[in-house]
Write a protein that binds this ligand. Sequence first.
Ligand code: NI
Ligand code: MN
Length: 223
Amino acid sequence: MITLKSHGHACFQLTTNDVSLLFDPFFTGNPKATTAPGEINCNYILTSHGHEDHLGDTVSIALRTGATVIATAEVAKLCNEQGCTAHAMHIGGKHAFDFGYVRITPAFHGSGVPGGHACGFIVNFFGKTIYFAGDTSIFGDMSLLGHLENIDYALLPIGDNFTMGPSDAAEAANLLKPGNVIPMHYNTWPIIAQDPTAFKKDVEERFNIPVHIVNPGQEITLL
Ligand code: NI
Ligand code: MN
């Protein structure tokens, strides 16, 4: 059984019995976080870019737990310099880990690190394929990602202002053609206030793709 837990904003945690993988660990300063960073246990941390709401508590959690940080080279170097074990990758690269594999995808967004790139991740986690888009606009090559990988769950930002908003995210879902969609990166602050139920209705009615709203502190079982 694989579970996916939301810690609010773009922070999600994939877990099976003894392996846990954390995306964008933003706990400190996250108004939606329901867990303290000191209570988190994980084996891997996938950090999409250097903005505070994504890099977040990466270093402190990695140092305490010994988790390996997986990120683009510039973000990995930053974590490495602070004593973390980091595995550097870059856009277009794929690498096998003990849980499956990670493919680094493009994301159209600032990196938060000089010379760096923001990215997304396609993670094969014990046979389930999860696309974590990171902070990004919609882009046409999402259809190519959907062709290259058979995506079971796509985590897409819907907050607008900093990333794509609900209508673009709905079109992104149609390009990716995943089995399921999970919205993220909304309602953390008023500037990214959105109605996820309206997004769910739109995607399900127009594109026939199930949308699962996972509220902060909740977890779902990936089927
Ligand atoms: Ni960002
Ligand atoms: Mn962000």
